[in-house]
Ligand binder design. Structure first.
Ligand SMILES: [Zn+2]
Length: 879
């Protein structure tokens, strides 16, 4: 029986468990039809809780067959315990005892990709958040931390590689031809960090010497065909290990660190102790098949998972409401690492842009929740941008408040105080407070209040007294369950710019950027000795995850675009100018007027292209118009097709009017050289390719140039950019080239999993890919509904990026998405609920589209056997 209405779990109901588990010894017999698991658990009563009598031991477990159970070697008769679809409840007569549980599971049939499952011919696991309960009965909660040993027994011909957490302590061949290995992890851990891998895998070896001189063996396991795609991940791993020592003083603690690449994986990667499991798309790369974006993503994700060894594994979460304790902190850590390895301003622009485009809508939508949620139905639904990305911004704000050195003092205290413990975000903030003697009482609201604060700024210049005042009002719109919000503590970095474009000194030390502490609903800040009317540069470097409103004129934005000394705000001035212009064009388009482009945007772009003051990475960023998603986020009512038409008109007009400049810039950056994923080369390629995208809009010559680049490129970044440009270009010639390119691409790369994902996604997002084509691609041999990467590449990209066809007037795009969600609801509920996002925002769209989306949500809601994952998202969206 499933509950008709799944249960909501509340943070306020948190209690420690009745029992602890000190030692967990697991034995797996891996078989082709089923796997038998023996769990031997050393259990101890939690004496810090009051007990009138010994409570039953209630273990979590689902989707398995219980074969037998015993306590202290005494078999328990089945009439003495109770088993439901979610629990095993055992009578207890002692305070300390050993439970032995034998269960049978079917990894071959597990399409949810949680627990133990098969990916191609290998066994692998994913236990976070609650997958371990699909392996055996257990106290599946992160505050129960035990030492683990894992014994694996399997056919060595099929599974020559058998891995688990920790160190290998035994390896023997058994009389029946099977092999038995035993792994022991010396560190206590919650079961969500358990991992097992068995398969026929090749291994690429490396090593790292830690700061104290210990040698750590590094091993990357993958299918034999991919051994030439491991170098970048291993290099990134070594850089991460070194960086965590240099910046946080954190050294790796085991003698071996393993990464396994897996094709079927719901997430990007998983930080299991000593045995990270990666979605193969987030770890494998070589120049012929990986783009710059892939290289950078791999560097960031390898670092992220490695950094978890301290921020997540050594110090873990008490309960899942604290998820941002490990994720927000670790995303902040990996962002700083990437900034140190590449261009810092560009990394900041990318992160802030991503947050504004993707997390702000989440924070304003039906599933809006605080960084530390107060309740959930299915925790898998809370691996969100709010918990990860906004959580990282919250940590960044603490960093900015206490400074770099203060932050290090705080993190040192946090790690030393809580090593080996399961703790809360409160413990993290406390350590930061105590190490720095600051008061973060009001700041804590960032963890408990949802929604994006809006900061309205007005100013006044008093020429007679040379005094300039900024009046700042903050408000936060109501979000589900939170109508009224108390004021946030917002670190607000401000600069003032004079009429020549220079930063004015703001205090006696001559600082040109000051961080104002906004704490009230309304506050005024005064600057003295200001010699002329300044132009304010607000929330520099995106100093807080907020929206800033100030009535800049278009001329002022043009001025900031060429003069702001803050890289982020300089870029943002260009975004604001473009958004303002495109929003007006959206109105004109809807009113049936002829569109004309404000010449100022052309002038601004022209001066970008001819300016010597920008590096290539910044220039490439600044030449990109705001995305349709970002423009939509800035509109009161979203008309997706009008936005598409208006933005497209602006791109074409810029392409025509600045043809000469784009051509010169393309030529200057189209330099033949061997591929290297260095920051400079990446910047050069991104600049070249954005110029190419404009040139292709201008004339047939541009299309020929793209075709030429597609054929001649010596790396996947250039080739894929050209393919994507052709796939979205309008002329008959371009369609013909795109067809040829797609066919040859498939011909060449059909056996390369990562390439086929790219091949699917470039088509799914293509302007000329209609629903019929999507249906055809779903029938293609390259597609597999059981593989999350392919589902994301085809269905996910279609629903999120193909605005024209997904949002077609008759609602067929929405019905299509609902159909796929219903199929995945049975196969892989996590994927199903994530895929839903585009239609959950139905209230933001025009009435007709909103109603069509809502209709599909209601249709899903009527489905029998709706998973908790899908039920939670759909029911919240309909409220
Ligand atoms: Zn993480």
């Amino acid at each position: 029986m499933k509950d008709a209405q799944p249960r909501t779990i509340y943070l306020k109901d948190y209690q420690e468990p009745d029992y602890w588990i000190d030692q967990t010894d697991l034995t797996f017999h891996l078989g082709e039809d089923h796997t038998d698991v023996t769990a031997v658990l050393q259990v101890r009563l939690n004496k810090s809780k009051q007990h009138e009598h010994l409570p039953n031991l209630v273990l979590d477990g689902t989707d398995m067959q219980l074969l037998s159970v015993s306590i202290d070697n005494q078999p328990i008769d089945s009439n003495q315990y109770t088993v439901t679809t979610e629990n095993l409840s055992l009578p207890v007569s002692k305070e300390q005892f050993v439970v032995t549980i034998n269960t049978r599971i079917k990894p071959q049939e597990n399409t949810s990709l949680e627990g133990l499952y098969r990916s191609n011919d290998m066994f692998c696991t994913q236990c976070e958040a609650e997958g371990f309960r699909k392996i055996t009965y257990y106290l599946d909660r992160p505050d129960v931390m035990a030492k683990f040993s894992t014994t694996i027994i399997a056919d060595p011909k099929k599974y020559p590689v058998m891995l688990s957490n920790g160190n290998l302590v035994a390896d023997e061949h058994l009389a029946d031809g099977l092999r038995k290995v035993k792994w022991e992890d010396p560190f206590k851990k919650p079961c969500y960090l358990f991992a097992l891998v068995a398969g026929d895998l090749a291994c690429v070896d490396d090593e790292f010497i830690t700061q104290s001189g210990r040698k750590v063996a590094l091993k990357l396991f993958t299918e034999a065909a991919n051994v030439d795609k491991c170098a970048h991940a291993l290099l990134s791993l070594k850089r991460s290990m070194k960086w965590d020592e240099d910046v946080y003083g954190r050294e790796y603690d085991l003698d071996i660190f393993m990464i396994v690449a897996v094709d079927h994986f719901n997430m990007g990667a998983m930080e299991n102790k000593g045995l990270n499991i990666f979605n193969s798309s987030c770890v494998l790369a070589k120049p012929e098949t990986a783009t710059d974006g892939t290289y950078q993503r791999i560097e960031a994700i390898v670092a992220h998972e490695y950094f978890h060894n301290w921020s997540g594994n050594r110090v873990t979460c008490r309960d899942w409401f604290q998820l941002s304790l490990k994720e927000g902190f670790t995303v902040f850590r990996d962002a700083e690492f990437s900034a140190d390895m590449n261009s810092r301003p560009v990394k900041r622009i990318e992160d802030a842009n991503f947050l504004r485009t993707m997390q702000f809508p989440e924070d304003a939508g039906p599933t809006s929740h605080p960084v530390r949620p107060a309740s959930y139905i299915e925790i898998s639904n809370f691996y969100t941008l709010t918990v990860y990305e906004k959580g990282a911004e919250v940590v960044r704000m603490i960093h900015n408040i206490v400074g770099k050195e203060g932050f290090r003092k705080g993190s040192d205290l946090y790690f030393s105080r809580h090593d080996g413990q399961a703790v809360t975000t409160e413990d993290f903030v406390k350590a930061m407070e105590e190490a720095n003697n600051v008061d973060l009482t009001q700041f804590r609201r960032w963890y408990t209040q949802s929604g994006t604060p809006v900061v309205q700024v007005s100013d006044n210049y008093d020429a007679a007294n040379k005094r300039y005042t900024l009046t700042v009002k903050q408000k936060c719109p109501p979000t589900p369950g939170q109508v009224e919000k108390a004021p946030f503590h917002i670190p607000f970095a401000v600069g003032l710019i004079d009429s020549l474009g220079n930063d004015m000194p703001l205090d006696e030390q001559g600082n040109t950027t000051l961080v104002l502490d906004i704490k009230e609903a309304e506050q005024t800040f005064t600057f003295s000795n200001i010699n002329e009317q300044p132009l304010p540069s607000l929330a520099r470097d995106f100093s807080a995850p907020i929206k800033v409103e100030y009535p800049y004129t278009r001329d002022q934005l043009m001025f900031l675009m060429s003069h702001d000394n803050d890289g982020f705000n300089r870029w943002d001035a260009g975004q604001k100018l473009a958004v303002d212009i495109i929003k007006e064009l959206v109105e004109h388009q809807r009113a049936g007027m002829t569109l004309t482009l404000d010449e100022r945007l052309v002038t601004a772009y022209k001066s970008l292209l001819t300016s010597a003051s920008l590096d290539k990475a910044m220039l490439a960023k600044m030449l990109a118009l705001p995305s349709e998603d970002y423009i939509a986020e800035e509109c009161d009512v979203i008309y997706p097709l009008s936005i598409h038409v208006a933005r497209d008109f602006v791109r074409r007009t810029l392409a025509m009017k600045l043809h000469k400049q784009f051509k010169a810039c393309y030529a200057a950056n189209n330099i033949e050289k061997a591929y290297q994923p260095t920051a400079d080369d990446i910047a050069e390629r991104s600049l070249k390719n954005i110029c190419l995208s404009y040139l292709t809009l201008a004339d047939e010559q541009g299309i020929e140039l793209s075709w030429q680049q597609y054929q001649q490129a010596n790396n996947m970044t250039d080739r894929f950019s050209a393919l994507s440009i052709l796939e979205n270009a309008v002329s008959v010639k371009a369609r013909d080239y795109a067809e040829q390119a797609l066919a040859s691409f498939y011909q060449q790369w059909q056996h390369d999993v990562q390439m086929i994902e790219q091949w699917l996604s470039v088509q799914a997002g293509g302007e000329y890919t209609d629903l019929e084509k999507i249906h055809q691609l779903m029938q293609h041999e390259a597609f597999d509904m059981k593989n999350p990467n392919k589902v994301r590449a085809l269905i996910g990209v279609f629903a999120n990026r193909n605005k024209v066809h997904f949002h077609r007037d008759d609602g067929a795009g929405y019905a299509f998405l609902a159909d796929q969600v219903l199929v995945l609801n049975r196969l892989n509920p996590q994927m199903a609920s994530r895929l839903l996002t585009p239609i959950t925002r139905w209230k933001r769209y025009d009435e007709t589209r909103g109603a069509l989306m809502k209709e599909q949500l209601q249709r899903i809601m009527k489905e029998k056997d709706l998973s908790k994952d899908v039920y939670e998202i759909v029911s919240k969206s309909l409220q």
